[in-house]
Design a protein around this ligand. Structure first.
Ligand SMILES: [Zn+2]
Length: 378
């Protein structure tokens, strides 16, 4: 028999969830603006305290402070919930793309990726206490630097994940069927720098060695490492270099993004990228970087977790699907440790990191019900 209590509770609390969401979106929080992110963290900490959460605030010098909130439960291992509240949108975006939520669609910077998840999580906690449906202890991380690769939070994520039975990652699901993510590519981030010798481009061209020409050759080489048949891509996304039009460039560099489906492919490819060698006489090439996020492989512990989520969803009358993505999340870290990880539990919508970013408002309550049911029944 279908348990309708979670859906009823989530629907009854829809307006308050949306009001909370609007407040979250209006506190802009680009990863790089610590003061702005900390204001949002203060706001969320107060919301968590109001729900009886025991808060550990991990202060950080560069990015916003991290919050780890804990609620007691039975004596089993906890569930570990991951959200992030930093966005890719600079302060002021809100003036251009205001937060507007109607019956169909909600817009605003970071609404889909992933402030809706925070609003839904707060409501899910209310539902658990209202229904007296608390199961395992809950540990909730509010990350503030996910969009820049979780440089500091990673160690906390890995420690908390190892202590947990299952990780719930509230990243947005995959359109069009709102699928959970059982496979994510691993992400490598590298900087390739070419150094040559400067010279006057007119008076003394022959004595210069162009770092830009070297970089151009390196870009072609590195792009040649892409292999769609393996799901491997290598992309130079940013280049810079040179000083003046009439100067042979002494330095040029490229930012490289690498994506792989398996750890084996990462082990093969990362050393190749790091081994980049100069092709022009008189230049040097150096590469710095590493695999930032290991791939989430579609392995048995991920599939088992998905299967349990599917059963719990069915128990409240919902159907969930699975899908893969080239995008990385904090779920990559936890899945790579072998901890069962359910990713993509955020609010359905589309347009992450794009002007079209939005959520589907009719799906807020059902998704909130699903999160609450998972917290109660996993
Ligand atoms: Zn995200």
């Amino acid at each position: 028999m279908v348990d309708t209590s979670f859906a009823e509770q989530a629907q009854a609390r829809l307006q308050s969830t949306l009001d909370e969401l609007k407040a979250l979106v209006e506190l802009e929080s680009p990863s790089s603006e610590k003061a702005a992110v900390d204001s949002l963290v203060d706001h969320i900490a107060a919301r968590i305290e109001a729900r009886g959460g025991d808060i550990e605030r991990i202060s950080q010098p560069e990015y916003g402070d991290l919050l780890v909130a804990r609620w007691p439960g039975d004596d089993r291992e906890p569930l570990f919930v991951m959200t992030h509240v930093d966005t890719v949108w600079p302060v002021g975006t809100f003036e251009r793309i205001p937060c507007e939520i109607d019956d169909a669609v909600g817009r605003g910077p970071g609404i889909y990726d992933m402030k809706a998840s925070v609003a839904m999580m707060l409501t899910a906690l209310d539902i658990l206490s209202e229904l007296n449906a608390v199961g395992r202890p809950i540990v909730w991380l509010v990350n503030t630097e996910e969009e820049v690769g979780s440089p500091v939070s990673r160690q906390h994520i890995e420690t908390l994940a190892r202590e947990a039975s299952t990780v719930l990652c509230l990243e947005p699901p995959v359109p069009p069927n709102d699928a959970l993510k059982t496979q994510r590519k691993g992400v490598g981030m590298f900087t390739l720098t070419a150094t040559g010798r400067a010279a006057h481009a007119g008076a003394d061209h022959a004595s210069g060695v162009s770092a830009i020409e070297e970089l151009a050759r390196q870009i072609q080489w590195v792009h040649g490492l892409t292999d769609y048949s393996k799901g491997t891509t290598v992309n130079v996304g940013v280049i810079s270099g040179g000083t003046k039009r009439n100067v042979v460039a002494a330095e040029a560099s490229a930012l490289i993004d690498l994506r792989v489906e398996t750890m084996a492919e990462a082990d093969r490819l990362v050393p190749i990228v790091l081994s980049a060698a100069a092709q022009l006489e008189g230049t040097t090439v150096t590469v710095e970087g590493e695999l930032n996020r290991p791939p989430m492989e579609r392995s048995p512990h991920v599939l088992d977790a998905f299967e349990r989520a599917r059963e719990i969803a069915a128990s409240i009358g919902q159907e969930v699907h699975e899908s893969s993505t080239g995008g990385g999340s904090d779920g990559n870290f936890t899945a790579a440790l072998g901890v069962p990880t359910i990713d993509g539990l955020g609010c359905p919508g589309d347009g992450a990191h794009a002007e079209t970013e939005h959520i589907q408002v009719p799906k807020v309550a059902p998704r909130t019900a699903l999160i609450a049911a998972l917290l109660s029944k996993l």
